[in-house]
Design a protein around this ligand. Structure first.
Ligand code: SF4
Ligand code: SF4
Length: 127
């Protein structure tokens, strides 16, 4: 029986969550095979995660995503943009969206342990 690709160590790492969570995990569903886990509302086809370009990350909200200085994130899945209003934006290719200010901080420090990065590498998503 195949396991949902977003299931990791008791956590759901679906890109639809801000952070991995145990709250939505239901082992019957998450471990129940493709026919079952693809029915989950948090499921998203990994192949639909696209490479980032500015538009690919959706609409940025500077209050949420705007960073004063260019962030230093070593992760290969981050894309940094300079917004026309002077702020910087960081998008994650695996998540397919811009990162919030606090997430950027977390990515800077803990990118090696990031479950989304692991998923990206496991699935062979191109940085
Ligand atoms: S089945 Fe749903 S809740 Fe479970 S890991 Fe997959 S996306 Fe998350
Ligand atoms: S550390 Fe994780 S969340 Fe941050 S850019 Fe890399 S893959 Fe995305």
């Amino acid at each position: 029986m195949s396991v949902c690709p977003w299931y990791r160590d008791g956590f759901c790492t679906s890109p639809l969550h801000e952070v991995p969570t145990q709250d939505v995990v239901n082992k019957i569903q998450c471990l129940g095979g493709r026919d079952v886990y693809t029915q989950c509302k948090y499921y998203r086809e990994p192949t639909q995660v696209r490479e980032g370009g500015y538009d690919e990350f959706g609409k940025p909200f500077l209050m949420v995503h705007g960073i004063d200085r260019a962030p230093e994130i070593t992760c290969e899945y981050v894309r940094i943009f300079k917004h026309e209003q002077g702020k910087y934006l960081a998008g994650c290719v695996v998540l397919g969206r811009f990162l919030g200010v606090h997430e950027v901080d977390t990515c800077s420090k803990f990118w090696r342990q990031c479950p989304f990065r692991r998923i990206g590498l496991n699935l062979g998503i191109q940085p």
